[in-house]
Design a protein. Structure first.
Length: 284
């Protein structure tokens, strides 16, 4: 994963740059005013909540992203977290390494209802991969694609129904003011007892303190995430004392295949900007 630059680090290097391949660093007015030569930005991925698009536009900076390319990679991570949670794989691994031989019982996915919050390209890839396990699948999306849902055997429902009916909830929403801390004490209370939650979208969607409370009470049977509200993470955070919390270091998209394809797309976008052509996937 690329280094995450702080503002103090960025301000030392942006004065002479013409273009940038953006990771998850914050790019805003404070940075742009220190980068008079900056013409183009290509996000190495999809989400651009770390880029102030309005400020970029005011400074005449073209911003592009790479939609859809990482869908397969992130979907695989979501499924991996899901299976690790419901089969308690990390804890079973630790137990065997200590010479223990626990005999827990598990539910099979074919008996579970899996709910998607957001049903874009990544969620649809997850649904495609889960279909072979035979679960019931439901989804909420602000802009529902009925044709895609029908093709994948997914029933489109309201957000409330996803919260109430799902045994496993997989989050695939963008980071917006509307979705900030969507998963909180109140919405968790709407969920089934023993719900599992997986987040491969954005860390800001989950209130981590409230999620810790749900793990403590048993309302949530497990939480698996690859994204965090603040990165790098603070190990003193409330979630780390729970064995049914699985955290991976924002690596869902870190596959050889995704990095190769996204590298080409981002390079082409910046070359188009420098050559005065219209780049693909332009946002501003």
């Amino acid at each position: 994963m690329c280094k995450i630059y702080t503002f103090d680090e960025l301000k030392e290097i942006v004065e002479d740059i013409d273009g940038v391949v953006v990771g998850v660093d914050d790019w805003n007015e404070d940075v742009f005013k220190l980068a008079p030569k900056l013409k183009g930005m290509a996000r190495f991925g999809v989400g651009v909540d770390n880029i102030d698009l309005n400020a970029a536009k005011e400074h005449g900076i073209i911003v592009c992203n790479s939609p859809g390319i990482n869908s397969s990679a992130v979907a695989e991570q979501a499924v991996a977290l899901m299976l690790s949670l419901i089969r308690n794989i990390p804890e079973m691994n630790r137990a065997v390494r200590k010479g223990e031989w626990p005999r827990p019982m598990f539910h099979e996915l074919k008996s579970r209802t899996i709910g998607f919050l957001g049903f874009g390209a990544i969620a649809r890839n997850v649904a495609q991969r889960l279909a072979g396990f035979g679960p019931e699948m439901i989804a909420y999306d602000k802009y529902p694609n009925q044709e895609a849902a029908d093709k994948l055997g997914v029933r489109l429902v309201s957000q409330e129904e996803v919260l109430k009916e799902s045994d496993i909830i997989s989050i695939h929403l963008p980071a917006t003011d509307e979705t900030k801390h969507l998963i909180n004490k109140e919405t968790i209370q709407q969920m089934k007892d023993g719900v599992y939650i997986v987040n491969t979208a954005r860390g800001s969607i989950v209130n981590e303190a409230d999620m810790a409370g749900a793990l403590e009470s048993g309302k949530a049977a497990g939480f698996g995430t690859d994204v965090f509200e603040h990165e790098p993470i603070d190990l003193s955070g409330p979630l780390f004392k729970y064995d049914n919390y699985i955290a991976t270091p924002h690596v869902s998209a870190e596959t050889f295949e995704n990095c190769e394809t996204t590298s080409v797309v981002t390079a082409r976008a910046l070359l188009a900007v420098f050559e005065g052509r219209e780049p693909e996937n332009r946002l501003v």
